[in-house]
Design a protein around this ligand. Sequence first.
Ligand code: BGC
Length: 755
Amino acid sequence: MILMNAYYNRLRLALALVMVLVRCEIAIAQPQGSNARIDALLTSMTLEEKVGQMTQINLEVVLKKNNGSIVYPIEVDSQKLHEAISKFGVGSFLNNGRMAHSREEWISVISAIQHMASESRIQIPVLYGIDAIHGANYARNSTLFPHQLAQAASWNPSLVSEIAKTTAYETRCCGIPWVFSPIVDVGRQPLWSQFFETYGEDVYLTTTLGAAAVRAYQGESLSDNTSVAACVKHYVGYSAPQSGKDRTPAYMDERTLREIYLPPFQEAIQQGVRTLIVNSGELNGVPGHANGYLLRNVLREELGFEGIVLSDWGDIERLHTIHRVAHDNREAVAIAIDAGIDMSMVPNDFRFCAALVDLVKKGEVSETRIDSSVRRILQLKYDLGLFDNPLALPLDADLRFGGESHAKIAYQAASEAITLLKNEKHILPLSTDMNVLVVGPAGNSLSYLNGPWTRTWQGNDTIIEQEDERTIYQAILAHSATAMYHIGCNEDSIVNRSTMTSDALKSDVIVLCLGEKPSAEKPGDIRDLTLSAAQLTLAETAIAVGKPVILVLVEGRPRIISSFVDRCQAVVLAYQPGSMGGAALADVLFGKVNPSGHLPFTYPRYVNDFLTYDHKKSEEVDKNYGSNGYNPQWSFGEGLSYTQFEYSEMKLSEDTLRADEELEIIVTLSNSGVRSGKDVVQLYVSDEVASITPPVKQLRGFEKVDLETGAAQTVSFRLSANDLSFINAQLNSATEAGWFTVEVEHKRRRFYFKP
Ligand code: BGC
């Protein structure tokens, strides 16, 4: 520890020196003011240097290796780094060299990179970006928050802000000023392997939480060394692959695109998001990276995005190798640049640079086009304060990074996310004198709780687990010292079922922890949402014992459980709740925490029956002409509590809403149960008749309310014509005259909209 501190202090001194030197040189060489500075830089840069700024390279390319394998702890290979920065002028790096590193390693590596940049001819600092998507997940000992889907289940924008703010802080503590987060793709295809990275199926919830995250990441000023540049992704339609497989075609009409998938991006742009990653798949036959209509006409001209458009991983080359819209890499680069990409996440070689330089030299891409991208990139570097100090660390980093105060936020987030979906005869909360048997692959695993993007990309490597994290079983031991654990099965095979059964016979209750092990992107592709066969068998074995079964689901997408769930007494959905998830889950099971999570998606009952809550009326009508065509396991917005909430009748300020007015909706909520608790007041609106078939209802407001027993609170929502609008056949946002129904907790009122 003492040695580490001494090393760290020396490192800081060296960094301070580098920063002073960089600052002096730039200050002398360049005029003041960002525009003037950028103009001067652009004039002095060669074409190769400009193209280098548009190039983003994987850290691995410049790391020391032994027989092709990265040497740990990581160190840069000066020769390779020199080649990247001085020969190719690389302006940006990403990723982690395959696993998480200590802060000290990160700082040492970033400082080496910035030092090399400060010694290059043009001395432009490097922009380092990282997937910090549930905390600074590639830094050892950082705080690991619940994944986005779980964050959405909290229905708490200020908690989402706290998470983003803390992530920004911890990322900056590693010397990194840019995060590839949040995902604002709307998650309506539950098979999709990145479903857990979304805020769920609803456009309003996604838009609200995405905007909160963007604001919190970027803070008051990007030059503040606790703020980072945010990056919304993956523009647009990425989350809707028809096959459910990652990076495969999506098809949708433009109206749906504008109604559902575009608004979260639009709002993030309004909030000033500085960067954006492009859809790696294709939409209606056009790859995201070749879609000039969406990138130029819609994103730039219509939505007014002025920030950096970053390609996704290797996706320019994939225009040739996978999508087959280009004959070779050179043509792929020409197509992507023409479509509007500013920076290429290449990531493993420098062929992008060679191709783009050649295209400009031969007059196939104009240098003015290159200048506009480079200007945006330099502007961000300037705004992040990198020109003044390429490695500004928060002053109290040693005290706060991965510390107690951040763990509390992670615990709070997990506690507010965990969703109670069934609680027959109030079996939960459990009492501490019960004999508890924990079974199932998710019951004693940190990887299940933390999910993907945890220390490694796929997150299923246990070598960097932290001692202070507790699995569900370990956390249950703190409440019930006699608790026992049997794995029972792993995802693919059954193990020790008979000893499990004999222990189950001696127990009072079985906590059955099932789900899916972490996986992300392509490795997470599945063909069937049903829970694995081994886990289904385990569930049947546990149920056959005859003791109450509490089903705990640790999963990133809704795996089908309808064959046995009716025979479980309680169901708790934990999502992927992060490093404090085990503690929070045990506290929910034993009543220390009153659950308040609500589903951010509709949990399907049947494979292939993926209706969302905002389906059309025609989808409710089944073949017998009844109205039970929509029959999910649980619907969007559901979530139980250990207390009882009562809702008053709604009061509306008017019966008629006019175009330039607002309608106020007031409802009073009271806690009539025996525990304090939180509930989410959800306001839905239905357009009764419209020129485009209206969804049965749509979320238009929500508020999480915390109430002591016996307490009441009045919640008020304001609706304007804009909140009632939809995209019409002419692709315009329109609100048509007519009757609307508002609904809060199954209570409804009507009002008339008169333009
Ligand atoms: C993912 C992005 C991620 C990027 C960088 C891509 O494969 O689609 O979400 O930000 O890799 O790691």
